[in-house]
Design a protein around this ligand. Structure first.
Ligand SMILES: Cc1ncc(COP(=O)(O)O)c(C=O)c1O
Length: 403
């Protein structure tokens, strides 16, 4: 059997358009494809591989747990899940954890919990969910409807109801929407897919205050920002605004699928026995790997390292930009960095990614106008420099192609 990119078109549902290369091996921030070509990974599996590829601590945890017990279902609990839940609650505002398998599932649980909480405490009238334009919360029908991009939720028939949106960072618009009928507000404490947009502190604080005023729950979707990505364990800790419910996934498993929703005891009690669940959520293999990832990331060395690496990334990107003038702004926090392309390259962010792959560097986009970098949190300075040297060549090619 020939395993190549053509086979994808033959046997896979056509909802993705993966790049031409097929990586087969990874180590740290380096990846090799079928032909043995090497890439520096600034994409990290879309902000997932927080410790790069095949980190020894994660490999050891996976092997160890793989020889103990793989799966039980939630008919029984398991040691890795309990240890991970204890560590998550010790390190955050939360007292309780619900495990899922992805970001979307964690958000689905958060939204369902919020609706239950509101129904139990205030009645059926309080069901409105407010979210933000350009937000992204996953692809289940509820989460994609709450996400603020109609292009992703249109075309599937009637949507879950009572979901409204306003612009991020527009406190006046938000204030006009929220009322005592609002059940919950879902927001990213830095919009990722929507273009790497940080919240203004006044906006985030204002949202919190208005949620309190109207008895609405504030849900922070930290699927992309969580587990060290912004240089804090969770972004809310740097923002100084504490949510009522927080969702985490991506980097939580360092590459092994897992998601989690964390909240307070008071709120959690509304998800009573039988109200929600998952066969795999809290699976011992996933939790064992996640525990190793969490232990490794949640240290001053790694978290402070993120801030230092951000500075190096920005310095090198700025130097490239001084030469080629392709970005109007370099923004983001920690190792969630976006370069906003100038007018001349409007709609062409993906060209930088495509040329990058040709030069041996993997990056991402966040929408049509932002080139995004979400590398490993422990990427070496040498790999950052080498990857940026390759990215510079890619930028030169994009400039040449568009001259
Ligand atoms: C903020 C945010 N929430 C939710 C999701 C969905 O996560 P998953 O793809 O694991 O379902 C993503 C994925 O990009 C995300 O960035």
């Amino acid at each position: 059997m020939t395993i190549n990119r053509e086979l994808f078109d033959q046997v896979m549902v056509p909802n993705y358009s993966p790049s031409a290369v097929i990586p087969v091996k990874g180590e740290g921030s380096r990846v090799w494809d079928q032909e043995g070509r090497e890439y520096i990974d600034f994409a990290g599996g879309i902000a997932v591989n927080c410790l790069g590829h095949c980190h020894p601590a994660l490999v050891a945890a996976l092997k160890e747990q793989g020889e103990k017990i793989w799966h039980l279902s939630n008919v029984m609990t398991n040691e890795p899940a309990l240890r991970l839940a204890k560590k998550l609650t010790d390190a955050t505002f939360a007292d309780k954890v619900y495990f899922a398998n992805s970001g979307a599932e964690a958000n689905e649980a958060a939204l369902k919990l919020a609706r239950r909480w509101a129904l139990d405490k205030f009645g059926a009238e309080k069901s409105q969910i407010i979210a933000f334009n350009k937000g992204f919360h996953g692809r289940t029908f509820f989460t994609v409807t709450v996400g603020g991009q109609a292009a992703y939720s249109d075309g599937f028939g009637p949507k879950p109801g009572d979901v409204v949106h306003c612009d991020y960072n527009d406190l006046a618009a938000f204030e006009a929407l929220i009322s005592d009928k609002t059940c919950a507000v879902m927001m990213e404490p830095l919009q990722g897919e929507g273009g790497i947009v940080s919240p203004e502190t006044e906006f985030a604080k204002g949202v919190r205050e208005l949620c309190d005023k109207h008895n609405a729950l504030l849900i922070f979707d930290e699927v992309q920002t969580g587990v060290g990505r912004t240089g804090e364990l969770y972004a809310y800790q740097g923002l100084g605004v504490t949510p009522d419910i927080l969702t985490t996934a991506k980097a939580l498993g360092g590459g092994f699928p897992i998601g989690g929703m964390i909240t307070t005891t008071e709120i959690a009690q509304h998800l009573k026995i039988g109200t929600h669940g998952s066969t795999y959520g809290g699976n011992p293999l996933a939790c064992a790997v996640a525990e190793a990832a969490f232990d490794t990331v949640n240290t001053p060395e790694v978290l402070n390292g993120v801030k230092e690496k951000e500075a190096l990334f920005r310095e090198l990107l700025t130097a490239i930009n001084d030469k080629y003038n392709v970005f109007s702004e370099i923004r983001g926090k920690g190792l969630l960095i976006g370069g906003v392309v100038t007018e001349q390259y409007a709609g062409k962010a993906k060209e930088f990614l495509t040329e990058g792959v040709k030069e041996g560097v993997m990056s991402l986009v966040a929408g049509a106008n932002v080139v995004r970098f979400t590398p490993s949190l422990v990427i070496s300075d040498a790999d950052i420099r080498e990857g940026m040297a390759r990215f510079e060549k890619a930028v030169a090619r994009v400039v040449e192609n568009n001259a």
